[in-house]
Design a binder for this molecule. Structure first.
Ligand SMILES: *Cc1c(COP(=O)(O)O)cnc(C)c1O
Length: 394
């Protein structure tokens, strides 16, 4: 980072951090679409390989567009260092596999993103890494699950899709007490609404595909945190290869310039949608972190600046109503992504979680009539009207 950026507010850094200008004096960052970088002398190249300098060698290791994106994320999360990966899952996977080894134990929140659930229950055990799943808000269960070989705690807050909130101050103290690495998936909150590192998290992972890109264009992921841990993750990833492409990094870095204003509007719209739905007689409950009816409302307002862009609710009519709801929408998109400018509706029981048994769905909080809305940036009355008219057919 240039000296002149050093003392700026993180929000300014998200706008102003930029790779050094080329002789063309471009205002926006250029795209460095190159697999490798050249050297003028053999000794310079030797020095780069010997880690004597920060010269770029090969884009699997580093690239100016990727570095710019990472530097902004490090500033926004208040981290020491970071590494960007091709997808959110590559960041999650890298953060676990780089730091855990055979014989280690992982403590994981039971309601985590589907592919994360698959990694910790199917792949980690294959390599001799045990995992205990713990209900998000059962503090006694977390405490009882700690073993002498527990090396990492992994959690999401808010959780997907149930929007449970885990007390980060509690989690930070819990990890410190047992001297365990605390790794938090901060995807739903974004660094604008909550900074887990401030509460004692050692690592923060993101799917940049969601709110960070925010426009449904590219996949990306990032892990930021303590420098010694990031170094291990970097060495693992630079050799195993899940590097972020320069083009995607360029898109994501530009997106960070507008993340703050976008999130403000997403949150404002989401609170209005949640409030409007609370009175609807087709649904049994609405969940949104900043609604006073949310079970962890107090924790949410303490640790988050706003409630985020996801609202979920339960249709009284169960699984058939879920399908009828989706079929009755006129504007909201039926698609697997979230965190887009365009509002999205999904029905986990008939889609993402349809392969699970009813009992398995219950255990991860997927009820039959659960609908998840990713609230976009359309004029809010249009979003509410579309949801309300679709509910009439449920
Ligand atoms: C989408 C998502 C991921 C995975 O990110 P990809 O970019 O799709 O690989 C991880 N965690 C959460 C909470 C997500 O929503």
């Amino acid at each position: 980072m240039s000296e002149q950026n050093k003392d700026l507010h993180p929000l300014t850094k998200a706008v102003r951090i930029q790779t050094p200008r080329s002789f063309q004096m471009e205002h926006s960052t250029p795209l460095f679409v190159t697999s490798s970088f050249t050297f003028e002398a053999a000794d310079d190249m030797r020095g780069a390989f010997a880690d004597e300098n920060d010269d770029n060698i090969y884009s699997r290791f580093s690239n100016p567009n990727v570095d710019e994106f990472v530097e902004k994320m490090v500033a926004l999360e208040g981290a020491e260092a970071g590494f960007a990966a091709a997808t959110g899952m590559a960041a999650v996977f890298g953060s676990m596999f780089a730091l855990l080894k055979q014989g280690d134990h992982l403590l994981c929140c039971s309601s985590v993103f589907g592919s994360t659930f698959t990694i910790v229950t199917k792949f980690l055990p294959k390599y001799g890494i045990a995992c205990t799943l713990v209900p998000a808000n059962d503090k006694a269960a977390w405490e009882n699950a700690v073993q002498p070989n527990t090396k990492m705690i992994y959690l999401e807050t808010p959780t997907n899709p149930q929007l449970e909130i885990i007390d980060l101050a509690w989690a930070g103290a819990f990890a410190a007490k047992h001297n365990i690495i605390l790794n938090v998936d901060n995807c739903f909150a974004t660094p604008l609404l909550q900074n887990p590192i401030a509460y004692g998290a050692h690592l923060v992972v993101h799917s940049a595909t969601k709110w960070i890109d925010g426009q449904g264009r590219v996949l990306g992921g990032v892990v930021v945190g303590r420098a010694d841990l990031i170094k291990e993750i970097y060495l693992f990833c630079r050799n195993t290869g899940p590097s972020l492409s320069p083009f995607n990094a360029w898109v994501l870095s530009k997106s960070l310039e507008t993340l703050d204003v976008r999130m403000q509007r997403h949150c404002e719209n989401a609170l209005k949608v949640a409030t409007a739905l609370e009175a609807n007689n087709k649904i049994s409950w609405v969940k949104y972190p900043f609604l006073p009816s949310h079970p962890q409302y107090q924790i949410a307002i303490n640790q988050m600046k706003a409630g985020g862009g996801i609202v979920c609710f339960e249709l009284k009519g169960g699984i058939e109503s879920g399908k009828a709801f989706l079929n009755s929408l006129k504007m909201l998109s039926m698609t697997a992504n979230l965190g887009d400018t365009r509002s999205i509706a999904s029905h986990p029981a008939s889609t993402t979680h349809s392969k699970l048994s009813e009992a398995e769905r219950q255990s991860v909080g997927i009820t039959p009539g659960l609908i998840r809305i990713s609230v976009g940036l359309e004029f809010v009355d249009d979003i509410i009207n579309d949801i309300t008219q679709a509910l009439e057919n449920c």
